[in-house]
Design a protein around this ligand. Structure first.
Ligand SMILES: Cc1cc2nc3c(=O)[nH]c(=O)nc-3n(C[C@H](O)[C@H](O)[C@H](O)COP(=O)(O)O)c2cc1C
Length: 167
């Protein structure tokens, strides 16, 4: 049996994701990332264009510093500021019929019980269209945001297996 080819739009709820500077195009709307309307419009357009999924990347800290400072990252808006993608998904579900709604959530950011409750609520509301991109966290500053030290790589992945099983 052949595997179907799926089309996914790779986005982030921030001003500048991976194509830096594209927000300056007159027809770009990325600077409206704080507005729900941008994401609802985009989800509808992707669905009309027969995309299968809108996929939200997410990170819960700042990328590694440059010359000892985060100043450049902040000045150019390198994925700063960045909103929680899960919060807007029910609006996207309500305004679409069959688009898949994928979001990233890190194992450090939420207790598994609460996360399981949230994602199952979303998935019921979206009639089975929610997908979770599970990631572990490699950034010390992100771990500190949750009052934790950075966990070593292999231990993070052991933790992720358990988090996934519990969820
Ligand atoms: C296309 C792509 C998208 C990714 N998106 C995210 C993301 O949204 N959030 C995140 O924390 N990590 C993201 N990652 C990082 C991976 O989760 C992983 O940490 C990385 O590939 C390094 O692997 P390692 O964790 O084994 O060191 C992404 C990686 C790739 C290749």
């Amino acid at each position: 049996m052949s595997t179907p080819l799926l089309f996914s739009a790779f986005v982030m709820n921030t001003s500048s994701h991976i194509l830096h500077g594209v927000w300056r195009r007159p027809d770009a709307r990325q600077t409206e990332f704080n507005s729900l309307k941008l994401w609802v419009d985009l989800a509808k357009e992707l669905e009309a264009g027969l995309f299968d999924v809108i996929f939200f990347a997410d990170v819960v800290g700042l990328y590694n510093d440059f010359n000892g400072s985060y100043r450049t990252h902040v000045e150019v808006g390198l994925q700063i500021p960045r909103n929680d993608p899960a919060v807007i998904l029910s609006a996207l579900a309500y305004n679409t019929d069959h688009l898949g709604l994928a979001f990233t959530s890190n194992i450090v950011q939420e207790h598994p019980f609460n996360f399981a409750r949230k994602i199952s609520t979303l998935d019921h509301a979206a009639q089975g269209r929610i997908a979770w991109n599970i990631v572990t966290n490699p950034l010390a500053n992100a771990a500190h945001n949750f009052g934790q030290p950075l966990t070593p790589h292999d231990e993070r992945y052991e933790w992720a297996k358990e988090y996934d099983a519990v969820t």
